[in-house]
Write a protein that binds this ligand. Sequence first.
Ligand SMILES: [Zn+2]
Length: 164
Amino acid sequence: MANDVLASEYGMLDLKDADHAHADHLEMYVRGRLESRYISVVEDHLLKCGLCRADFFNCIGLHLIRGALGKTKSDRPERRSEPRFEIEDEAICQILNPFSVDRQIVKILDISENGMGILAPYPAPLGSIVQIRAANTIKLGEVRHSSMLGDKGYRIGLRLHVGF
Ligand SMILES: [Zn+2]
């Protein structure tokens, strides 16, 4: 009886597996493309399920590898029309690995081909993977350095992974 209730509850949310997050949902979450009504469901589950967090980190890893591979095939003309980050833009920064549901508003300080510097209210652990989103642009980046910038906050240097 309890299982029936659980199954129908999750069925309404369109999760195929009643016990775990749907792989497609994890994928979409990493890409910043998950429908908003599923976001809190996925987040709640990731916070309590180590198995799904492992799948999630694996999914992030695959994106980073694909991004690195994509970069070797440079000068693809369609890249020019991609939305881009601009200096001084505000962006939303969320640490995906280690997983956190906290988001902070950051300011983009500088941009290079493979990296970006942001000003953030809070520091980020070295080596953590963050998702940066501004307007229609979403990127994954790895934290390479993080240091206090006077009383303004923290300057965080990211290595960006292209290839979404
Ligand atoms: Zn799970």
